[in-house]
Design a protein around this ligand. Sequence first.
Ligand code: ASP
Length: 334
Amino acid sequence: MSQIFIRKQITLLLTGFCVLILNSPIQSQQKDVCIALHGGAGNISKATLTEEEQNAYKEKMVEALKVGYEVLKNGGSSVDAVEKAIRVLEDSPLFNAGKGAVYTANGTIELDASVMCGKSLKAGAVAGVTIIRNPISAAIKVMTLTPHVMLIGKGAEDFALAQKLDTAGPSYFYDEKRWLQYLEKKEKGELTSGNKNIIFGTVGVVAMDKEGNLAAGTSTGGMSYKKNGRVGDSPIIGAGTYADNRYGAVSCTGHGEFFIRNVVAYDIIALKAYKGWSIEKAARYVICDKLKKQGADGGVICIDSKGNISASFNTSAMFRGYINKKGEMKVDIF
Ligand code: ASP
Protein backbone atom coordinates (compact mmCIF):
# COMPACT_ATOMS: atom_id res chain seq x y z
CA MET A 1 0.00 0.00 0.00
CA SER A 2 1.33 3.43 -0.89
CA GLN A 3 1.78 6.07 1.77
CA ILE A 4 -0.75 8.30 -0.04
CA PHE A 5 -3.36 5.54 0.13
CA ILE A 6 -2.78 5.05 3.85
CA ARG A 7 -3.00 8.80 4.46
CA LYS A 8 -6.30 8.92 2.55
CA GLN A 9 -7.65 6.05 4.66
CA ILE A 10 -6.63 7.82 7.86
CA THR A 11 -8.25 11.08 6.66
CA LEU A 12 -11.45 9.22 5.82
CA LEU A 13 -11.40 7.52 9.22
CA LEU A 14 -10.89 10.84 11.01
CA THR A 15 -13.71 12.47 9.02
CA GLY A 16 -15.98 9.60 9.94
CA PHE A 17 -14.91 9.94 13.56
CA CYS A 18 -15.74 13.68 13.55
CA VAL A 19 -19.15 13.01 12.03
CA LEU A 20 -19.69 10.40 14.72
CA ILE A 21 -18.76 12.89 17.44
CA LEU A 22 -21.08 15.54 16.00
CA ASN A 23 -23.96 13.08 15.98
CA SER A 24 -22.92 11.46 19.22
CA PRO A 25 -25.22 10.96 22.20
CA ILE A 26 -23.50 13.91 23.93
CA GLN A 27 -25.38 16.13 21.49
CA SER A 28 -28.64 14.23 21.48
CA GLN A 29 -28.59 13.89 25.28
CA GLN A 30 -29.37 17.60 25.56
CA LYS A 31 -32.76 17.73 27.20
CA ASP A 32 -35.64 20.08 26.70
CA VAL A 33 -35.72 22.26 29.76
CA CYS A 34 -38.70 22.88 32.03
CA ILE A 35 -39.56 24.65 35.24
CA ALA A 36 -42.46 24.76 37.69
CA LEU A 37 -43.18 26.88 40.73
CA HIS A 38 -45.62 27.35 43.57
CA GLY A 39 -46.41 30.39 45.66
CA GLY A 40 -48.18 28.58 48.45
CA ALA A 41 -51.48 26.77 48.90
CA GLY A 42 -54.53 27.76 50.87
CA ASN A 43 -58.22 27.38 51.51
CA ILE A 44 -59.32 30.54 49.83
CA SER A 45 -62.23 31.08 47.49
CA LYS A 46 -62.27 33.15 44.33
CA ALA A 47 -64.20 35.77 46.29
CA THR A 48 -61.26 36.19 48.71
CA LEU A 49 -59.05 37.62 45.99
CA THR A 50 -60.11 40.42 43.69
CA GLU A 51 -59.48 40.05 39.97
CA GLU A 52 -56.73 42.62 40.37
CA GLU A 53 -55.06 40.66 43.16
CA GLN A 54 -55.26 37.43 41.18
CA ASN A 55 -53.62 39.14 38.22
CA ALA A 56 -50.85 40.54 40.41
CA TYR A 57 -50.03 37.03 41.68
CA LYS A 58 -50.16 35.62 38.17
CA GLU A 59 -47.93 38.33 36.75
CA LYS A 60 -45.31 37.74 39.41
CA MET A 61 -45.40 33.99 38.81
CA VAL A 62 -45.00 34.56 35.06
CA GLU A 63 -42.04 36.84 35.74
CA ALA A 64 -40.36 34.25 37.97
CA LEU A 65 -41.00 31.43 35.48
CA LYS A 66 -39.53 33.46 32.63
CA VAL A 67 -36.44 34.37 34.64
CA GLY A 68 -35.81 30.71 35.53
CA TYR A 69 -36.60 29.47 32.02
CA GLU A 70 -34.18 31.97 30.49
CA VAL A 71 -31.39 30.57 32.66
CA LEU A 72 -32.22 27.04 31.52
CA LYS A 73 -32.56 27.95 27.84
CA ASN A 74 -29.14 29.59 27.94
CA GLY A 75 -27.61 26.38 29.24
CA GLY A 76 -27.60 27.38 32.91
CA SER A 77 -27.97 24.78 35.64
CA SER A 78 -31.24 23.81 37.28
CA VAL A 79 -29.84 25.02 40.63
CA ASP A 80 -29.18 28.43 39.08
CA ALA A 81 -32.68 28.56 37.60
CA VAL A 82 -34.22 27.64 40.95
CA GLU A 83 -32.23 30.39 42.66
CA LYS A 84 -33.06 33.11 40.12
CA ALA A 85 -36.77 32.27 40.00
CA ILE A 86 -37.11 32.05 43.78
CA ARG A 87 -35.34 35.39 44.21
CA VAL A 88 -38.06 37.05 42.10
CA LEU A 89 -40.70 35.64 44.45
CA GLU A 90 -38.69 36.45 47.58
CA ASP A 91 -38.39 40.06 46.44
CA SER A 92 -42.16 40.37 46.03
CA PRO A 93 -44.34 41.29 49.04
CA LEU A 94 -47.09 39.05 47.62
CA PHE A 95 -45.52 35.84 48.87
CA ASN A 96 -44.55 34.62 52.30
CA ALA A 97 -40.80 34.51 51.64
CA GLY A 98 -38.11 37.17 51.83
CA LYS A 99 -39.94 40.50 51.62
CA GLY A 100 -43.54 39.70 52.49
CA ALA A 101 -42.69 37.09 55.11
CA VAL A 102 -45.23 36.59 57.89
CA TYR A 103 -44.51 37.65 61.47
CA THR A 104 -43.69 35.42 64.42
CA ALA A 105 -45.61 35.68 67.72
CA ASN A 106 -43.00 38.22 68.82
CA GLY A 107 -43.60 40.42 65.78
CA THR A 108 -40.28 39.51 64.13
CA ILE A 109 -39.55 37.63 60.93
CA GLU A 110 -37.63 34.36 60.76
CA LEU A 111 -36.89 33.00 57.32
CA ASP A 112 -36.16 29.43 56.18
CA ALA A 113 -34.98 28.11 52.80
CA SER A 114 -33.47 25.03 51.23
CA VAL A 115 -32.17 23.69 47.96
CA MET A 116 -31.23 20.27 46.61
CA CYS A 117 -29.28 19.29 43.51
CA GLY A 118 -30.60 16.11 41.91
CA LYS A 119 -27.29 15.27 40.24
CA SER A 120 -24.95 15.43 43.23
CA LEU A 121 -27.65 14.85 45.87
CA LYS A 122 -26.03 17.73 47.71
CA ALA A 123 -28.29 20.04 49.65
CA GLY A 124 -28.15 23.31 51.54
CA ALA A 125 -30.46 25.13 53.93
CA VAL A 126 -30.77 28.05 56.32
CA ALA A 127 -33.32 28.43 59.09
CA GLY A 128 -34.42 31.18 61.44
CA VAL A 129 -32.54 33.94 59.65
CA THR A 130 -33.67 37.53 60.08
CA ILE A 131 -31.40 39.71 57.98
CA ILE A 132 -30.78 37.77 54.78
CA ARG A 133 -32.68 39.30 51.89
CA ASN A 134 -32.69 36.18 49.74
CA PRO A 135 -32.45 33.10 51.95
CA ILE A 136 -32.43 30.80 48.88
CA SER A 137 -29.04 32.24 47.89
CA ALA A 138 -27.72 31.56 51.38
CA ALA A 139 -29.00 27.97 51.16
CA ILE A 140 -27.16 27.52 47.86
CA LYS A 141 -23.94 28.90 49.37
CA VAL A 142 -24.29 26.44 52.26
CA MET A 143 -24.63 23.64 49.70
CA THR A 144 -21.74 24.70 47.49
CA LEU A 145 -19.25 26.19 49.95
CA THR A 146 -19.57 24.21 53.18
CA PRO A 147 -19.47 20.54 54.14
CA HIS A 148 -22.81 21.05 55.91
CA VAL A 149 -26.46 20.88 54.93
CA MET A 150 -28.08 23.39 57.29
CA LEU A 151 -26.99 26.52 59.12
CA ILE A 152 -29.33 28.29 61.53
CA GLY A 153 -29.79 31.68 63.15
CA LYS A 154 -26.72 33.80 63.85
CA GLY A 155 -24.29 31.26 62.39
CA ALA A 156 -26.18 31.28 59.11
CA GLU A 157 -26.28 35.07 59.11
CA ASP A 158 -22.55 35.40 59.83
CA PHE A 159 -21.89 32.99 56.99
CA ALA A 160 -24.12 34.98 54.63
CA LEU A 161 -22.36 38.20 55.63
CA ALA A 162 -18.97 36.57 54.98
CA GLN A 163 -20.26 35.59 51.53
CA LYS A 164 -21.33 39.19 50.95
CA LEU A 165 -24.96 38.25 50.40
CA ASP A 166 -27.43 41.14 50.55
CA THR A 167 -28.83 41.85 53.98
CA ALA A 168 -31.74 44.00 55.09
CA GLY A 169 -33.32 45.32 58.27
CA PRO A 170 -36.90 45.17 59.60
CA SER A 171 -38.00 48.17 57.52
CA TYR A 172 -37.24 46.27 54.31
CA PHE A 173 -39.21 43.26 55.47
CA TYR A 174 -42.09 45.34 56.86
CA ASP A 175 -45.34 44.87 54.99
CA GLU A 176 -48.52 46.54 56.13
CA LYS A 177 -50.82 43.69 55.11
CA ARG A 178 -48.69 41.18 57.04
CA TRP A 179 -48.46 43.45 60.05
CA LEU A 180 -52.24 43.83 60.20
CA GLN A 181 -52.59 40.05 59.96
CA TYR A 182 -50.15 39.77 62.84
CA LEU A 183 -52.05 42.25 65.01
CA GLU A 184 -55.28 40.40 64.34
CA LYS A 185 -53.74 37.09 65.37
CA LYS A 186 -52.18 38.67 68.41
CA GLU A 187 -55.53 39.93 69.55
CA LYS A 188 -57.00 36.45 69.18
CA GLY A 189 -53.86 34.85 70.65
CA GLU A 190 -53.83 32.32 67.83
CA LEU A 191 -50.78 30.24 67.08
CA THR A 192 -52.32 28.82 63.95
CA SER A 193 -55.69 29.88 62.77
CA GLY A 194 -57.86 27.02 61.61
CA ASN A 195 -58.26 26.31 57.95
CA LYS A 196 -60.19 29.25 56.64
CA ASN A 197 -58.59 31.89 54.45
CA ILE A 198 -55.01 30.88 55.18
CA ILE A 199 -52.67 31.32 52.28
CA PHE A 200 -49.48 29.55 53.22
CA GLY A 201 -47.61 31.65 50.66
CA THR A 202 -44.30 29.81 50.78
CA VAL A 203 -42.54 29.72 47.42
CA GLY A 204 -40.88 26.80 45.67
CA VAL A 205 -39.34 26.00 42.31
CA VAL A 206 -38.36 22.76 40.58
CA ALA A 207 -36.40 22.71 37.33
CA MET A 208 -34.73 20.48 34.75
CA ASP A 209 -31.78 21.82 32.77
CA LYS A 210 -30.28 20.91 29.38
CA GLU A 211 -28.14 18.21 30.98
CA GLY A 212 -31.27 16.63 32.41
CA ASN A 213 -30.24 17.64 35.93
CA LEU A 214 -33.03 18.34 38.40
CA ALA A 215 -33.10 20.77 41.30
CA ALA A 216 -35.66 21.83 43.89
CA GLY A 217 -35.76 24.84 46.19
CA THR A 218 -38.17 26.26 48.76
CA SER A 219 -38.22 29.55 50.69
CA THR A 220 -40.59 30.77 53.40
CA GLY A 221 -41.36 33.01 56.33
CA GLY A 222 -43.00 29.94 57.90
CA MET A 223 -46.38 29.86 59.60
CA SER A 224 -47.95 33.13 60.62
CA TYR A 225 -47.72 33.83 64.39
CA LYS A 226 -45.35 30.88 64.85
CA LYS A 227 -43.35 30.64 68.06
CA ASN A 228 -39.92 32.20 67.87
CA GLY A 229 -37.41 29.57 66.89
CA ARG A 230 -40.02 27.37 65.24
CA VAL A 231 -38.71 25.74 62.07
CA GLY A 232 -41.08 24.26 59.52
CA ASP A 233 -40.61 21.78 56.71
CA SER A 234 -39.33 24.20 54.06
CA PRO A 235 -35.64 24.14 55.07
CA ILE A 236 -35.71 20.44 55.93
CA ILE A 237 -34.40 18.22 53.16
CA GLY A 238 -36.82 15.36 52.65
CA ALA A 239 -39.72 17.19 54.28
CA GLY A 240 -40.14 20.38 52.21
CA THR A 241 -37.63 19.87 49.42
CA TYR A 242 -36.06 16.93 47.60
CA ALA A 243 -34.39 16.23 44.25
CA ASP A 244 -32.82 13.13 42.77
CA ASN A 245 -32.12 12.94 39.02
CA ARG A 246 -33.21 9.31 38.95
CA TYR A 247 -36.73 10.03 40.21
CA GLY A 248 -37.74 13.66 40.38
CA ALA A 249 -37.73 16.99 42.18
CA VAL A 250 -40.31 18.14 44.72
CA SER A 251 -41.08 21.38 46.58
CA CYS A 252 -43.81 21.54 49.22
CA THR A 253 -46.06 24.11 50.84
CA GLY A 254 -48.50 23.65 53.67
CA HIS A 255 -48.73 23.02 57.37
CA GLY A 256 -45.07 22.31 58.04
CA GLU A 257 -45.39 20.17 61.15
CA PHE A 258 -47.36 17.58 59.16
CA PHE A 259 -44.92 17.79 56.26
CA ILE A 260 -42.03 17.12 58.64
CA ARG A 261 -43.77 14.22 60.39
CA ASN A 262 -44.68 12.66 57.04
CA VAL A 263 -41.34 13.42 55.38
CA VAL A 264 -43.48 14.47 52.44
CA ALA A 265 -40.98 15.39 49.72
CA TYR A 266 -38.95 12.21 50.23
CA ASP A 267 -42.05 10.08 50.68
CA ILE A 268 -43.17 11.07 47.18
CA ILE A 269 -39.74 10.25 45.75
CA ALA A 270 -39.62 6.96 47.69
CA LEU A 271 -42.99 5.84 46.31
CA LYS A 272 -41.54 6.27 42.84
CA ALA A 273 -38.20 4.68 43.72
CA TYR A 274 -39.50 1.65 45.60
CA LYS A 275 -42.97 1.13 44.20
CA GLY A 276 -42.43 2.40 40.67
CA TRP A 277 -45.33 4.83 40.93
CA SER A 278 -45.35 7.91 38.74
CA ILE A 279 -44.44 11.09 40.61
CA GLU A 280 -47.93 12.41 39.92
CA LYS A 281 -49.62 9.36 41.44
CA ALA A 282 -47.24 9.41 44.41
CA ALA A 283 -47.85 13.12 45.05
CA ARG A 284 -51.60 12.77 44.74
CA TYR A 285 -51.61 9.88 47.21
CA VAL A 286 -49.41 11.63 49.79
CA ILE A 287 -51.16 15.02 49.58
CA CYS A 288 -54.75 14.15 48.81
CA ASP A 289 -55.07 10.89 50.74
CA LYS A 290 -52.43 10.48 53.43
CA LEU A 291 -52.16 14.12 54.55
CA LYS A 292 -55.82 14.87 53.97
CA LYS A 293 -56.78 12.08 56.40
CA GLN A 294 -54.56 13.72 59.02
CA GLY A 295 -56.27 17.09 58.51
CA ALA A 296 -53.12 18.61 57.00
CA ASP A 297 -53.44 21.30 54.35
CA GLY A 298 -50.94 21.82 51.58
CA GLY A 299 -49.59 20.92 48.20
CA VAL A 300 -46.54 20.12 46.10
CA ILE A 301 -45.08 20.75 42.69
CA CYS A 302 -43.00 18.06 41.03
CA ILE A 303 -40.92 17.34 37.96
CA ASP A 304 -40.07 13.71 37.25
CA SER A 305 -36.85 12.39 35.72
CA LYS A 306 -38.34 12.76 32.23
CA GLY A 307 -39.39 16.36 32.76
CA ASN A 308 -43.10 15.72 33.35
CA ILE A 309 -44.57 18.43 35.55
CA SER A 310 -47.37 17.94 38.06
CA ALA A 311 -49.00 19.76 40.96
CA SER A 312 -51.10 18.22 43.74
CA PHE A 313 -52.89 20.08 46.52
CA ASN A 314 -55.66 19.31 48.98
CA THR A 315 -56.68 22.93 49.46
CA SER A 316 -59.06 24.95 47.33
CA ALA A 317 -56.18 26.92 45.84
CA MET A 318 -52.48 26.78 45.14
CA PHE A 319 -50.56 29.53 43.40
CA ARG A 320 -48.69 27.60 40.74
CA GLY A 321 -47.30 27.69 37.25
CA TYR A 322 -44.97 26.02 34.81
CA ILE A 323 -43.18 26.23 31.50
CA ASN A 324 -43.08 22.69 30.15
CA LYS A 325 -40.66 20.98 27.77
CA LYS A 326 -42.62 22.28 24.79
CA GLY A 327 -42.18 25.81 26.07
CA GLU A 328 -45.87 26.15 26.97
CA MET A 329 -46.52 28.36 29.97
CA LYS A 330 -49.44 28.22 32.40
CA VAL A 331 -50.16 29.90 35.71
CA ASP A 332 -53.13 29.16 37.90
CA ILE A 333 -54.55 29.76 41.37
CA PHE A 334 -57.76 27.74 41.79
N1 ASP B 1 -44.59 24.95 54.97
C1 ASP B 1 -44.34 26.23 55.54
C2 ASP B 1 -44.02 26.07 57.00
O1 ASP B 1 -44.66 25.28 57.65
C3 ASP B 1 -45.47 27.17 55.42
C4 ASP B 1 -45.97 27.37 54.03
O2 ASP B 1 -45.94 26.46 53.21
O3 ASP B 1 -46.39 28.49 53.72
O4 ASP B 1 -43.19 26.77 57.50
